[in-house]
Write a protein that binds this ligand. Structure first.
Ligand SMILES: [Zn+2]
Ligand SMILES: [Zn+2]
Length: 261
């Protein structure tokens, strides 16, 4: 065996050992993020049954918020409420496997799901009409108290994945919360609008910028509206919204659900 052959073999062995060690230190997920079943060899993040449940939304949908509707045009909420954003693109409905994944992502050590959910957003935008060609990607900021508790902002992780996939500029701190808010999930429709109204401000001038605002879930559109207003006040010429999921526009709110019990 020549000296270069043995060097080559040693090099290969070293990479194999390094790979094995990395595999031990950072093992890939072996269980489905949604149902917990053991993943098959070709599955990534979710099992094939759960993946089949996550279907990208398609027409007919509201021309403003992207909510599935049975007729062409706008949903009732978009007719009734002010919308400062041009268009919102939710990737899929907030139910079943996607709901489980988003729950794990936010509350159950599921940060590793960011690339999976970010890719879902990217695929949805790929199919959408009217997506700006080079927007500035801005995540909805998390309440500072919850940021300290959770340790990460889920919208920021999603925005970062999306910006990476499309090569768009990410501006993590373009928006900030200017007052404390309650978790939207705890509130009903009217409380949600009051809770986030005027809660955001831009951190710098955004004159002439096209912004793609990113969040995990769109429900009533109250958060998207409050954040869009702040971006427009800072000079943004157009705000678009992308979320992983869209939930019912008539949430009961966890707090209200248990209020009379
Ligand atoms: Zn599954
Ligand atoms: Zn709508």
């Amino acid at each position: 065996m020549s000296r270069s052959d043995s060097q080559g073999r040693w090099h290969n062995l070293k990479s194999e050992i390094a790979e094995a060690l990395l595999g031990l230190l950072f093992p890939g997920p072996i269980f489905c993020a949604a149902c917990g079943a053991r993943l098959e060899r070709n599955d990534e993040y979710v099992c094939s049954a759960c993946r089949a449940q996550i279907i990208l939304l398609s027409e007919p949908m509201c021309r403003r918020c992207g909510r599935p509707i049975s007729y062409p045009g706008f949903c009732t909420q978009c007719c009734l409420r002010e919308r400062s954003f041009v268009r919102s693109w939710p990737a899929a409905a907030y139910r079943g496997a996607l709901r489980q994944c988003l729950h794990r992502f936010k509350y159950n050590y599921g940060v590793y799901l960011a690339p999976f959910l970010g890719m879902l957003l990217a695929k949805r935008l790929q199919q959408a009409d009217g997506v700006p060609t080079d927007p500035m990607v801005v995540p909805v900021p998390l309440d500072p108290g919850r940021m300290r508790h959770r340790g990460f902002n889920q919208a920021e992780l999603l925005a970062s994945e999306l910006a990476k996939i499309y090569g768009w500029r990410l501006h993590k701190k373009a928006l900030r919360r200017i007052r404390t808010t309650l978790p939207q999930a705890d509130l009903n429709v009217e409380e949600r609008w009051a809770n986030v109204s005027g809660a955001f401000a831009a951190t710098e001038k955004l004159a002439g910028k096209e912004i793609l605002l990113v969040d995990d879930i769109y429900t009533t559109g109250a958060t998207a509206e409050a954040a869009s207003q702040a971006l427009k006040e800072a000079g943004a010429c157009a705000v678009y919204v992308a979320t992983v999921a869209i939930a019912s526009s008539h949430p009961q709110g966890r707090r209200n659900k248990y209020k009379h019990k």
